[in-house]
Design a protein around this ligand. Structure first.
Ligand code: CU
Length: 461
Protein backbone atom coordinates (compact mmCIF):
# COMPACT_ATOMS: atom_id res chain seq x y z
CA UNK A 1 0.00 0.00 0.00
CA UNK A 2 1.31 3.41 -0.80
CA UNK A 3 0.04 4.90 2.44
CA UNK A 4 1.29 3.28 5.60
CA UNK A 5 -1.45 2.77 8.10
CA UNK A 6 0.62 4.21 10.92
CA UNK A 7 1.18 7.52 9.14
CA UNK A 8 -2.40 7.66 8.08
CA UNK A 9 -3.81 7.18 11.56
CA UNK A 10 -1.07 9.32 13.10
CA UNK A 11 -2.06 12.27 10.98
CA UNK A 12 -5.73 11.83 11.73
CA UNK A 13 -5.05 11.53 15.46
CA UNK A 14 -3.39 14.93 15.42
CA UNK A 15 -6.27 16.38 13.49
CA UNK A 16 -8.84 14.93 15.86
CA UNK A 17 -7.30 16.96 18.72
CA UNK A 18 -7.97 20.21 16.89
CA UNK A 19 -11.46 19.45 15.70
CA UNK A 20 -13.95 18.70 18.43
CA UNK A 21 -16.31 15.87 17.51
CA UNK A 22 -19.27 18.15 18.15
CA UNK A 23 -18.37 20.33 15.17
CA UNK A 24 -20.78 19.82 12.29
CA UNK A 25 -19.81 17.55 9.44
CA UNK A 26 -19.47 20.42 7.04
CA UNK A 27 -16.84 22.20 9.14
CA UNK A 28 -14.88 19.02 9.82
CA UNK A 29 -14.90 18.27 6.13
CA UNK A 30 -12.70 21.29 5.52
CA UNK A 31 -9.67 18.99 5.67
CA UNK A 32 -9.66 16.28 3.05
CA UNK A 33 -7.99 13.00 3.95
CA UNK A 34 -5.19 11.78 1.72
CA UNK A 35 -6.43 9.57 -1.13
CA UNK A 36 -4.46 6.35 -1.06
CA UNK A 37 -3.70 4.89 -4.46
CA UNK A 38 -2.72 1.41 -5.65
CA UNK A 39 -0.40 0.61 -8.54
CA UNK A 40 -0.44 -3.18 -8.22
CA UNK A 41 -3.10 -5.57 -9.54
CA UNK A 42 -2.09 -8.42 -7.20
CA UNK A 43 -4.33 -9.44 -4.29
CA UNK A 44 -3.28 -7.34 -1.30
CA UNK A 45 -3.23 -8.76 2.25
CA UNK A 46 -6.36 -8.18 4.37
CA UNK A 47 -6.46 -4.76 6.02
CA UNK A 48 -6.86 -5.42 9.74
CA UNK A 49 -8.64 -2.71 11.75
CA UNK A 50 -6.33 -0.93 14.21
CA UNK A 51 -9.16 0.99 15.86
CA UNK A 52 -12.81 0.40 16.64
CA UNK A 53 -14.59 -2.95 16.93
CA UNK A 54 -12.71 -6.08 15.92
CA UNK A 55 -13.64 -7.83 12.67
CA UNK A 56 -12.16 -10.25 10.20
CA UNK A 57 -11.21 -8.12 7.17
CA UNK A 58 -12.07 -9.34 3.68
CA UNK A 59 -9.64 -10.27 0.92
CA UNK A 60 -10.39 -8.50 -2.37
CA UNK A 61 -9.38 -10.74 -5.28
CA UNK A 62 -6.67 -8.84 -7.20
CA UNK A 63 -7.61 -5.78 -5.20
CA UNK A 64 -7.24 -3.91 -1.93
CA UNK A 65 -9.08 -2.14 0.90
CA UNK A 66 -9.19 1.65 1.17
CA UNK A 67 -7.42 3.03 4.28
CA UNK A 68 -9.40 5.49 6.37
CA UNK A 69 -8.85 7.95 9.19
CA UNK A 70 -10.94 8.70 12.25
CA UNK A 71 -12.08 12.31 12.58
CA UNK A 72 -14.00 12.68 15.80
CA UNK A 73 -16.54 9.88 15.60
CA UNK A 74 -16.55 9.86 11.79
CA UNK A 75 -14.69 7.29 9.70
CA UNK A 76 -13.34 9.24 6.72
CA UNK A 77 -12.55 7.79 3.30
CA UNK A 78 -11.41 9.50 0.11
CA UNK A 79 -12.29 8.09 -3.30
CA UNK A 80 -10.90 9.63 -6.47
CA UNK A 81 -12.78 8.86 -9.70
CA UNK A 82 -10.16 8.86 -12.46
CA UNK A 83 -8.85 7.17 -15.62
CA UNK A 84 -6.75 4.11 -14.77
CA UNK A 85 -4.66 1.50 -16.56
CA UNK A 86 -5.60 -2.03 -15.50
CA UNK A 87 -3.82 -5.22 -16.46
CA UNK A 88 -6.58 -7.75 -17.26
CA UNK A 89 -4.04 -10.60 -17.33
CA UNK A 90 -0.36 -10.68 -18.28
CA UNK A 91 -0.26 -9.67 -21.95
CA UNK A 92 -3.22 -7.32 -21.97
CA UNK A 93 -3.93 -3.96 -20.40
CA UNK A 94 -7.08 -1.89 -20.62
CA UNK A 95 -7.55 1.85 -20.34
CA UNK A 96 -10.49 2.08 -17.94
CA UNK A 97 -12.08 4.47 -15.51
CA UNK A 98 -11.94 3.56 -11.83
CA UNK A 99 -11.06 4.82 -8.40
CA UNK A 100 -7.73 5.47 -6.67
CA UNK A 101 -5.58 3.96 -9.38
CA UNK A 102 -7.53 0.77 -10.09
CA UNK A 103 -10.69 -0.72 -11.56
CA UNK A 104 -12.55 -1.82 -9.59
CA UNK A 105 -12.02 0.78 -6.90
CA UNK A 106 -10.74 -0.20 -3.46
CA UNK A 107 -13.05 -2.14 -1.16
CA UNK A 108 -14.58 -0.01 1.59
CA UNK A 109 -14.78 -1.84 4.93
CA UNK A 110 -16.51 -0.47 8.01
CA UNK A 111 -18.65 -1.63 10.91
CA UNK A 112 -22.40 -1.55 11.50
CA UNK A 113 -23.20 1.69 13.35
CA UNK A 114 -20.16 3.55 11.98
CA UNK A 115 -20.67 7.10 10.78
CA UNK A 116 -18.87 7.29 7.46
CA UNK A 117 -17.83 10.41 5.59
CA UNK A 118 -16.74 9.64 2.05
CA UNK A 119 -15.05 12.35 0.00
CA UNK A 120 -15.41 11.81 -3.74
CA UNK A 121 -13.06 13.77 -5.99
CA UNK A 122 -13.89 13.74 -9.69
CA UNK A 123 -10.83 13.58 -11.94
CA UNK A 124 -12.79 12.26 -14.91
CA UNK A 125 -13.37 14.34 -18.04
CA UNK A 126 -17.13 14.36 -17.26
CA UNK A 127 -19.40 14.57 -14.24
CA UNK A 128 -20.10 11.61 -11.97
CA UNK A 129 -21.77 10.53 -8.69
CA UNK A 130 -21.52 7.51 -6.42
CA UNK A 131 -24.52 5.40 -5.47
CA UNK A 132 -24.08 3.22 -2.34
CA UNK A 133 -25.89 0.11 -3.57
CA UNK A 134 -27.90 -1.62 -0.83
CA UNK A 135 -27.23 0.87 1.97
CA UNK A 136 -30.11 2.27 4.00
CA UNK A 137 -29.38 6.00 4.08
CA UNK A 138 -30.95 9.47 3.75
CA UNK A 139 -32.34 9.98 0.24
CA UNK A 140 -29.97 12.87 -0.43
CA UNK A 141 -26.95 10.60 0.14
CA UNK A 142 -28.09 7.97 -2.37
CA UNK A 143 -25.97 9.35 -5.19
CA UNK A 144 -28.45 9.48 -8.06
CA UNK A 145 -27.33 12.41 -10.21
CA UNK A 146 -30.12 14.87 -10.92
CA UNK A 147 -32.56 13.08 -8.60
CA UNK A 148 -30.94 13.23 -5.17
CA UNK A 149 -27.98 15.56 -5.78
CA UNK A 150 -26.35 17.63 -8.50
CA UNK A 151 -23.84 15.63 -10.55
CA UNK A 152 -20.27 16.11 -9.31
CA UNK A 153 -18.62 18.27 -12.00
CA UNK A 154 -15.16 17.36 -13.29
CA UNK A 155 -12.55 18.73 -10.91
CA UNK A 156 -14.88 19.01 -7.89
CA UNK A 157 -15.10 17.07 -4.61
CA UNK A 158 -18.41 16.11 -2.98
CA UNK A 159 -18.94 14.67 0.51
CA UNK A 160 -21.29 11.83 1.43
CA UNK A 161 -22.18 11.32 5.10
CA UNK A 162 -24.30 8.53 6.50
CA UNK A 163 -24.47 6.03 9.32
CA UNK A 164 -24.21 2.33 8.46
CA UNK A 165 -27.56 0.94 9.55
CA UNK A 166 -26.87 -2.74 8.96
CA UNK A 167 -24.05 -5.18 8.32
CA UNK A 168 -23.75 -7.05 5.05
CA UNK A 169 -22.54 -7.09 1.46
CA UNK A 170 -22.83 -3.94 -0.65
CA UNK A 171 -21.18 -2.14 -3.54
CA UNK A 172 -20.72 1.33 -4.96
CA UNK A 173 -20.96 2.59 -8.53
CA UNK A 174 -21.82 5.79 -10.42
CA UNK A 175 -25.44 6.83 -11.02
CA UNK A 176 -24.38 9.35 -13.63
CA UNK A 177 -23.85 8.52 -17.31
CA UNK A 178 -24.10 4.94 -16.09
CA UNK A 179 -23.84 3.18 -19.42
CA UNK A 180 -20.46 4.73 -20.10
CA UNK A 181 -19.08 4.82 -16.58
CA UNK A 182 -19.87 1.21 -15.70
CA UNK A 183 -18.78 -0.03 -19.14
CA UNK A 184 -15.49 1.72 -18.34
CA UNK A 185 -15.04 -0.17 -15.05
CA UNK A 186 -16.30 2.16 -12.31
CA UNK A 187 -17.39 0.08 -9.33
CA UNK A 188 -16.22 -1.11 -5.93
CA UNK A 189 -17.13 -3.43 -3.07
CA UNK A 190 -18.51 -2.15 0.27
CA UNK A 191 -18.50 -4.55 3.22
CA UNK A 192 -20.16 -3.61 6.50
CA UNK A 193 -18.98 -5.92 9.27
CA UNK A 194 -21.35 -6.86 12.10
CA UNK A 195 -21.00 -5.01 15.39
CA UNK A 196 -20.69 -8.36 17.15
CA UNK A 197 -17.49 -9.87 15.72
CA UNK A 198 -18.81 -13.37 16.49
CA UNK A 199 -21.91 -12.92 14.27
CA UNK A 200 -21.68 -15.26 11.23
CA UNK A 201 -17.88 -15.04 11.58
CA UNK A 202 -15.69 -16.85 9.06
CA UNK A 203 -11.92 -17.37 8.83
CA UNK A 204 -11.50 -16.30 5.22
CA UNK A 205 -13.78 -13.89 3.41
CA UNK A 206 -13.20 -13.21 -0.32
CA UNK A 207 -14.93 -10.53 -2.42
CA UNK A 208 -15.08 -9.64 -6.11
CA UNK A 209 -17.28 -7.79 -8.60
CA UNK A 210 -18.14 -9.01 -12.07
CA UNK A 211 -17.71 -6.63 -15.00
CA UNK A 212 -17.80 -7.25 -18.75
CA UNK A 213 -15.86 -5.33 -21.39
CA UNK A 214 -15.83 -5.31 -25.15
CA UNK A 215 -12.24 -4.63 -26.16
CA UNK A 216 -11.26 -5.48 -29.71
CA UNK A 217 -7.92 -7.28 -30.10
CA UNK A 218 -5.26 -4.59 -30.33
CA UNK A 219 -7.49 -1.93 -28.75
CA UNK A 220 -7.15 -0.57 -25.20
CA UNK A 221 -10.45 1.19 -24.53
CA UNK A 222 -13.75 -0.73 -24.14
CA UNK A 223 -16.54 -0.10 -26.63
CA UNK A 224 -18.96 1.62 -24.29
CA UNK A 225 -22.08 1.26 -26.44
CA UNK A 226 -21.93 -2.56 -26.44
CA UNK A 227 -24.96 -4.20 -24.84
CA UNK A 228 -24.65 -7.93 -25.50
CA UNK A 229 -21.51 -8.90 -27.36
CA UNK A 230 -18.79 -8.59 -24.71
CA UNK A 231 -15.50 -10.45 -25.08
CA UNK A 232 -13.79 -9.92 -21.70
CA UNK A 233 -15.70 -11.41 -18.75
CA UNK A 234 -13.94 -10.28 -15.62
CA UNK A 235 -13.79 -10.72 -11.87
CA UNK A 236 -12.47 -7.47 -10.44
CA UNK A 237 -11.40 -6.44 -13.94
CA UNK A 238 -9.17 -9.52 -14.29
CA UNK A 239 -9.57 -12.60 -16.48
CA UNK A 240 -8.11 -16.08 -16.09
CA UNK A 241 -5.20 -16.79 -15.94
CA UNK A 242 -4.85 -13.33 -14.39
CA UNK A 243 -7.23 -14.02 -11.48
CA UNK A 244 -5.43 -15.06 -8.31
CA UNK A 245 -6.38 -18.40 -6.67
CA UNK A 246 -8.51 -18.35 -3.54
CA UNK A 247 -6.18 -19.93 -0.98
CA UNK A 248 -7.86 -21.61 1.98
CA UNK A 249 -6.65 -23.70 4.95
CA UNK A 250 -8.36 -27.05 5.44
CA UNK A 251 -11.00 -26.69 8.14
CA UNK A 252 -11.47 -22.94 7.64
CA UNK A 253 -14.91 -21.42 7.56
CA UNK A 254 -14.94 -19.60 4.23
CA UNK A 255 -17.20 -16.95 2.70
CA UNK A 256 -17.08 -15.87 -0.94
CA UNK A 257 -19.04 -12.72 -1.85
CA UNK A 258 -19.63 -11.36 -5.33
CA UNK A 259 -21.71 -8.78 -7.15
CA UNK A 260 -22.78 -8.51 -10.76
CA UNK A 261 -22.45 -5.24 -12.71
CA UNK A 262 -22.45 -6.82 -16.17
CA UNK A 263 -25.49 -6.93 -18.48
CA UNK A 264 -26.29 -10.63 -18.00
CA UNK A 265 -26.58 -13.16 -15.18
CA UNK A 266 -23.73 -15.41 -14.06
CA UNK A 267 -24.29 -18.88 -12.61
CA UNK A 268 -21.29 -19.10 -10.28
CA UNK A 269 -20.23 -22.68 -9.69
CA UNK A 270 -17.68 -24.17 -7.30
CA UNK A 271 -16.46 -27.75 -7.49
CA UNK A 272 -15.88 -30.10 -4.56
CA UNK A 273 -18.42 -28.59 -2.15
CA UNK A 274 -21.99 -27.79 -1.49
CA UNK A 275 -22.69 -24.47 0.18
CA UNK A 276 -25.46 -22.10 1.20
CA UNK A 277 -26.26 -18.50 0.36
CA UNK A 278 -25.49 -16.62 3.57
CA UNK A 279 -25.99 -13.01 2.50
CA UNK A 280 -27.43 -10.95 -0.34
CA UNK A 281 -27.29 -7.21 -0.93
CA UNK A 282 -30.59 -7.17 0.99
CA UNK A 283 -29.08 -8.65 4.14
CA UNK A 284 -28.24 -11.90 5.93
CA UNK A 285 -30.16 -15.03 5.01
CA UNK A 286 -31.29 -16.71 8.26
CA UNK A 287 -29.45 -20.01 8.59
CA UNK A 288 -32.76 -21.85 8.91
CA UNK A 289 -33.88 -20.48 5.51
CA UNK A 290 -30.75 -21.29 3.48
CA UNK A 291 -30.80 -24.21 1.05
CA UNK A 292 -27.86 -26.15 -0.41
CA UNK A 293 -26.44 -25.28 -3.83
CA UNK A 294 -23.39 -25.94 -5.95
CA UNK A 295 -24.20 -23.12 -8.39
CA UNK A 296 -25.57 -19.68 -7.50
CA UNK A 297 -27.07 -17.59 -10.26
CA UNK A 298 -26.25 -13.93 -9.70
CA UNK A 299 -28.56 -11.64 -11.67
CA UNK A 300 -27.61 -8.21 -12.96
CA UNK A 301 -27.29 -5.75 -10.09
CA UNK A 302 -27.34 -8.48 -7.44
CA UNK A 303 -24.85 -9.54 -4.82
CA UNK A 304 -24.52 -12.98 -3.26
CA UNK A 305 -22.36 -14.50 -0.53
CA UNK A 306 -22.00 -18.20 0.17
CA UNK A 307 -20.38 -20.00 3.09
CA UNK A 308 -18.75 -23.40 3.41
CA UNK A 309 -16.38 -25.31 5.67
CA UNK A 310 -13.23 -26.17 3.73
CA UNK A 311 -13.05 -29.84 4.69
CA UNK A 312 -12.23 -31.22 1.23
CA UNK A 313 -8.63 -30.49 0.22
CA UNK A 314 -7.73 -30.07 -3.45
CA UNK A 315 -7.61 -27.71 -6.41
CA UNK A 316 -11.27 -26.87 -7.02
CA UNK A 317 -12.38 -25.09 -10.16
CA UNK A 318 -14.49 -22.02 -9.42
CA UNK A 319 -16.12 -20.31 -12.37
CA UNK A 320 -19.12 -18.89 -14.16
CA UNK A 321 -21.00 -21.79 -15.74
CA UNK A 322 -21.75 -19.95 -19.00
CA UNK A 323 -19.01 -21.49 -21.11
CA UNK A 324 -18.53 -18.32 -23.17
CA UNK A 325 -17.79 -16.44 -19.95
CA UNK A 326 -14.72 -18.62 -19.37
CA UNK A 327 -13.16 -17.50 -22.64
CA UNK A 328 -11.09 -14.47 -23.56
CA UNK A 329 -11.15 -12.28 -26.63
CA UNK A 330 -9.22 -13.98 -29.44
CA UNK A 331 -11.27 -16.66 -31.14
CA UNK A 332 -14.74 -15.50 -30.14
CA UNK A 333 -15.63 -15.02 -33.80
CA UNK A 334 -14.38 -18.41 -34.99
CA UNK A 335 -16.81 -20.44 -37.10
CA UNK A 336 -17.68 -24.04 -36.31
CA UNK A 337 -15.60 -26.51 -38.34
CA UNK A 338 -16.24 -29.65 -36.30
CA UNK A 339 -16.68 -32.60 -38.66
CA UNK A 340 -15.79 -30.57 -41.74
CA UNK A 341 -13.11 -31.82 -44.14
CA UNK A 342 -11.18 -28.59 -44.43
CA UNK A 343 -8.36 -30.01 -46.57
CA UNK A 344 -9.95 -29.04 -49.87
CA UNK A 345 -11.62 -25.89 -48.60
CA UNK A 346 -8.35 -24.86 -46.92
CA UNK A 347 -6.39 -25.25 -50.15
CA UNK A 348 -8.85 -23.08 -52.04
CA UNK A 349 -8.93 -20.37 -49.37
CA UNK A 350 -5.11 -20.34 -49.22
CA UNK A 351 -5.11 -19.30 -52.86
CA UNK A 352 -6.79 -16.12 -51.68
CA UNK A 353 -5.38 -15.83 -48.11
CA UNK A 354 -1.85 -17.32 -48.04
CA UNK A 355 -1.61 -17.85 -44.22
CA UNK A 356 -5.08 -19.32 -43.85
CA UNK A 357 -5.26 -22.30 -41.47
CA UNK A 358 -8.61 -23.98 -40.82
CA UNK A 359 -9.02 -24.67 -37.12
CA UNK A 360 -11.21 -26.64 -34.80
CA UNK A 361 -12.13 -29.57 -37.04
CA UNK A 362 -11.96 -31.91 -34.00
CA UNK A 363 -13.01 -29.35 -31.39
CA UNK A 364 -11.19 -26.27 -30.16
CA UNK A 365 -8.87 -27.80 -27.56
CA UNK A 366 -5.88 -27.63 -29.88
CA UNK A 367 -6.14 -23.85 -29.74
CA UNK A 368 -5.23 -23.83 -26.05
CA UNK A 369 -1.95 -25.64 -26.67
CA UNK A 370 -1.01 -23.94 -29.89
CA UNK A 371 1.26 -20.94 -29.60
CA UNK A 372 -0.77 -18.87 -32.02
CA UNK A 373 0.60 -15.51 -33.06
CA UNK A 374 -1.66 -12.94 -31.36
CA UNK A 375 -2.27 -9.33 -32.27
CA UNK A 376 -0.89 -6.84 -29.80
CA UNK A 377 -2.77 -6.41 -26.50
CA UNK A 378 -5.22 -9.26 -26.43
CA UNK A 379 -5.51 -12.72 -24.87
CA UNK A 380 -6.12 -16.14 -26.41
CA UNK A 381 -9.61 -17.56 -26.10
CA UNK A 382 -8.49 -20.30 -23.71
CA UNK A 383 -5.28 -20.50 -21.77
CA UNK A 384 -3.69 -21.34 -18.43
CA UNK A 385 -1.58 -24.32 -17.48
CA UNK A 386 -1.58 -26.64 -14.47
CA UNK A 387 0.22 -29.82 -13.45
CA UNK A 388 -1.64 -32.04 -15.94
CA UNK A 389 -1.66 -29.73 -18.96
CA UNK A 390 -3.60 -26.86 -20.49
CA UNK A 391 -6.64 -25.73 -18.47
CA UNK A 392 -8.35 -24.31 -21.58
CA UNK A 393 -10.17 -21.54 -19.77
CA UNK A 394 -10.27 -17.75 -19.66
CA UNK A 395 -12.56 -15.06 -18.31
CA UNK A 396 -14.46 -15.80 -15.11
CA UNK A 397 -12.41 -18.74 -13.83
CA UNK A 398 -10.19 -19.31 -10.83
CA UNK A 399 -9.13 -22.11 -8.50
CA UNK A 400 -10.02 -22.54 -4.84
CA UNK A 401 -6.92 -24.15 -3.32
CA UNK A 402 -7.74 -25.94 -0.08
CA UNK A 403 -4.62 -27.11 1.75
CA UNK A 404 -3.78 -28.72 5.04
CA UNK A 405 -1.68 -26.79 7.54
CA UNK A 406 -1.76 -23.25 6.11
CA UNK A 407 -1.21 -20.57 8.74
CA UNK A 408 -4.12 -18.20 9.24
CA UNK A 409 -3.49 -15.14 7.11
CA UNK A 410 -1.35 -17.08 4.64
CA UNK A 411 -2.75 -16.38 1.17
CA UNK A 412 0.38 -17.24 -0.82
CA UNK A 413 -0.21 -19.55 -3.77
CA UNK A 414 0.69 -23.05 -2.48
CA UNK A 415 1.23 -24.47 -5.99
CA UNK A 416 -0.69 -27.42 -7.43
CA UNK A 417 -2.40 -29.97 -5.21
CA UNK A 418 -0.42 -33.12 -4.40
CA UNK A 419 -3.10 -35.76 -4.87
CA UNK A 420 -2.95 -38.74 -2.50
CA UNK A 421 -1.84 -41.90 -4.30
CA UNK A 422 -4.63 -43.61 -6.19
CA UNK A 423 -7.00 -40.62 -6.26
CA UNK A 424 -6.39 -39.26 -9.77
CA UNK A 425 -8.40 -40.34 -12.82
CA UNK A 426 -6.25 -42.65 -14.90
CA UNK A 427 -6.07 -44.29 -18.27
CA UNK A 428 -7.58 -47.73 -18.55
CA UNK A 429 -5.11 -50.04 -20.24
CA UNK A 430 -6.99 -53.36 -20.20
CA UNK A 431 -8.55 -55.11 -23.16
CA UNK A 432 -11.00 -53.20 -25.31
CA UNK A 433 -14.41 -53.57 -23.73
CA UNK A 434 -16.27 -54.47 -26.91
CA UNK A 435 -13.89 -57.36 -27.66
CA UNK A 436 -14.14 -58.67 -24.12
CA UNK A 437 -17.92 -58.79 -24.20
CA UNK A 438 -19.24 -62.23 -25.05
CA UNK A 439 -21.44 -61.69 -28.10
CA UNK A 440 -25.11 -62.32 -27.69
CA UNK A 441 -24.97 -63.26 -24.01
CA UNK A 442 -25.44 -59.77 -22.56
CA UNK A 443 -22.77 -60.78 -20.09
CA UNK A 444 -19.76 -58.57 -19.56
CA UNK A 445 -16.42 -60.21 -19.14
CA UNK A 446 -13.94 -59.53 -16.35
CA UNK A 447 -12.41 -56.07 -16.58
CA UNK A 448 -8.96 -55.49 -15.22
CA UNK A 449 -8.37 -52.08 -13.69
CA UNK A 450 -4.77 -51.11 -13.12
CA UNK A 451 -4.18 -48.16 -10.87
CA UNK A 452 -0.84 -46.57 -11.69
CA UNK A 453 1.66 -47.13 -8.89
CA UNK A 454 -0.75 -49.08 -6.72
CA UNK A 455 -2.37 -52.46 -6.94
CA UNK A 456 -4.55 -54.36 -9.36
CA UNK A 457 -8.30 -54.73 -8.94
CA UNK A 458 -10.40 -57.31 -10.59
CA UNK A 459 -13.88 -56.00 -11.16
CA UNK A 460 -16.39 -58.69 -11.81
CA UNK A 461 -19.47 -57.35 -13.52
CU1 CU B 1 -21.00 -15.54 -16.58
Amino acid sequence: MTVSRRNFLGASGAFALISASTVSGRTQAASIPEAATMKDSATQPPYAPATGPDYNPVVTLNGWTLPWRMNGDWKEFHLVAEPVVRELAPGMIAHLWGYNGQSPGPTIEAVEGDKVRIFVTNKLPEHTTIHWHGQILPSGMDGVGGLTQPHIPAGKTFVYEFQLMKSGTFMYHPHSDEMVQMAMGMMGFFVVHPKDPAFRRVDRDFVFLMAAYDIEPGAYVPRIAEMTNFNMWTWNSRVFPGIDPLVVAKGDKVRIRFGNLTMTNHPIHMHGYDFKVSCTDGGWVPESAAWPEVTIDCAVGQMRAFDFVADNPGDWAFHCHKSHHTMNAMGHDIRTFIGVDTKEAGKRIRDLVPDYMPMGTAGMADMAEMEMPLPENTLPMMSGWAQFGAIEMGGMFSVVKVREGLASGDYADPGWYQHPEGTVAFEWTGEARDAARAPGTGQEANLTVVRPGTHQNNINN
